[in-house]
Design a protein around this ligand. Structure first.
Ligand code: HBI
Ligand code: FE
Length: 255
C-alpha cells in the first residue's frame, strides 16, 4: 500500500524565503568555502563548483535538474527528519530529502535537526560524483533491508561514519567527504588537524559495532582509501551473515 506511507515531501516554497534567510545561507556558504579548499575532497569541491549555489538558498527544482543531468539524483523538500523507512525509500530512488527551513542567524554553529544548509551544502555536492551517487542509492536499498531484519541501528552507524562524518585518504593527504563535517566550521577545522580524535581505517564490521554521540564533535573518524572502496565494501557484502556475526555483540567502547 504505497500510498499509505506518505513520502513526507512538501513544497519547498522557495519564494517565501526572506532576504535575511538568504543572507544566513550566504554567510554560512562564504565561511565554509573559505576553509574547505584545503580540507574537503576533490569530489566535493568539484560538485560545489558544478552546482553553483553561492548566491542564496537554491530552488530545488532547478538544482535537481542540474544534479539529475550528472547522476540522476534529485532533491526533494521535507519538513525535517522523516521516518527511517521513508528516508531509505527516497534514497533507494535517488531522491535526497532536504530540510526546507534554514537555521537562525543566532544559531550558526549548531543545530539539532538538519536544515537546508546542512542537507544541501553538506550532502548534495557529493551526489554529483557517480561513485558516491551509487553508494547513496545502495545505502537506501540496504536500509530498507536492514529495517526488515531489525538491524537499523547497525546500518545507521554506517551512514553516520561515512555519509555524515567520513574521511578519505586522497593522494594529497586526508580529506573530508562527510556532510556533517563540511557543513560545520568547528568540525571542518577539527576533523583533519586536531590531535585528539582517533582516525581509523574503514572496516565495515567495526563501523557497525561502533556507537556514536550526536551532540559533540566526533571522538573517532573512519578513513576510506577511496570512494570506490566504500562502494565496493557495501555492494559486494552479503549483510545477512554480517548481521549474524554482529548478533547482540557487546558494543565496542567509544575511545
Ligand atoms: N530524515 N530528513 C531526514 N534526514 C536524514 O538524514 C534522516 C532522516 N531520517 C532518518 C535518518 N536520517 C536516519 O535513519 C539515517 O541517519 C540512517
Ligand atoms: Fe545529514
Amino acid at each position: 500500500m504505497a500510498d499509505a506511507v506518505s513520502d513526507h515531501t512538501v513544497p519547498q516554497g522557495w519564494a517565501s524565503y526572506t532576504e535575511s534567510e538568504h543572507q544566513v545561507w550566504r554567510t554560512l556558504y562564504e565561511r565554509q568555502t573559505a576553509m574547505l579548499p584545503s580540507l574537503a575532497c576533490a569530489e566535493y569541491l568539484a560538485g560545489l563548483e558544478k552546482l553553483d549555489f553561492a548566491s542564496g538558498i537554491p530552488e530545488f527544482g532547478a538544482l535537481s535538474d542540474r544534479l539529475a543531468a550528472l547522476t540522476g539524483w534529485r532533491v526533494v523538500a521535507v519538513p525535517g527528519l522523516v521516518p527511517d523507512a521513508v528516508f531509505f525509500e527516497h534514497l533507494a530512488n535517488r531522491r535526497f530529502p532536504a530540510g526546507r527551513f534554514i537555521r537562525g542567524a543566532d544559531q550558526l554553529d549548531y543545530l539539532q535537526e538538519p536544515d537546508v544548509f546542512h542537507d544541501v551544502f553538506g550532502h548534495v555536492p557529493m551526489l554529483t560524483d557517480p561513485v558516491f551517487a551509487d553508494y547513496m542509492q545502495a545505502y537506501g536499498q540496504g536500509g530498507m533491508r536492514a529495517l526488515g531484519l531489525g538491524r537499523l541501528h547497525n546500518l545507521a552507524r554506517l551512514y553516520w561514519y561515512t555519509v555524515e562524518f567520513g574521511l578519505l585518504r586522497a593522494a594529497e593527504g586526508l580529506r573530508i567527504y562527510g556532510a556533517g563535517i563540511v557543513s560545520s566550521a568547528t568540525e571542518s577545522r577539527y576533523a583533519l588537524n586536531d590531535p585528539r580524535p582517533i582516525r581509523e581505517e574503514f572496516d565495515l564490521e567495526r563501523v557497525m559495532r561502533t556507537p556514536y554521540k550526536i551532540d559533540d564533535v566526533q571522538a573517532l573518524y573512519f578513513v576510506v582509501p577511496s570512494l570506490q572502496a566504500l562502494l565496493d565494501a557495501t555492494v559486494n557484502t552479503d549483510f545477512a551473515p554480517l548481521y549474524e556475526r554482529l548478533g547482540d555483540a557487546v558494543e565496542l567502547p567509544l575511545p
